[in-house]
Design a protein around this ligand. Structure first.
Ligand SMILES: Cc1nnc(-c2cnn(C)c2N)n1CCCn1ccnc1
Length: 115
């Protein structure tokens, strides 16, 4: 078999880490701003400035539907949640502080599980 093709078993193992971390992100006390997509009806201006909205529910669906080719693609979407938050919200706002908390938590756990 070609070496550069990730076998389905290897890919399944690769994505295990993503299920573990996503569960921890969803359960985190500061996850409340990120559990569902930003409401387009309530906050239309958000979608004028944030070009690639992302949230934990969307990540959960993509993971479940096998739409992440590797764990780095999952990490990239996770980081998008936090960069969108810190772009749109002041650091000292409630949502901004939650974004910093969740970003720090993610990067710590990501480095621990990828050592
Ligand atoms: C994520 C995220 N980033 N900014 C917002 C937001 C929503 N409304 N306003 C004025 C914002 N700055 N959000 C969504 C936060 C969704 N949420 C959930 C519970 N309370 C707010």
């Amino acid at each position: 078999p070609s070496t550069n093709h990730i076998t389905s078993r290897k890919r399944k193992e690769d994505l295990e880490v993503c299920h573990v971390i996503l569960g921890e992100l969803e359960a985190h006390r500061d996850s409340w701003p990120f559990l569902e997509p930003v409401d387009r009806a309530k906050l239309p201006e958000y979608f004028r400035v944030v070009k690639k909205p992302m949230d934990f529910q969307t990540i959960r669906c993509k993971l479940r539907d096998g739409r992440y080719s590797c764990r780095e693609a999952f990490a990239s979407d996770s980081r998008l949640v936090f960069s969108n938050c810190l772009f749109y919200n002041e650091d000292q706002s409630k949502i901004g502080m939650a974004g910093h908390s969740m970003k720090n938590f993610f990067e710590k756990r990501w480095s621990e599980l990828n050592r």
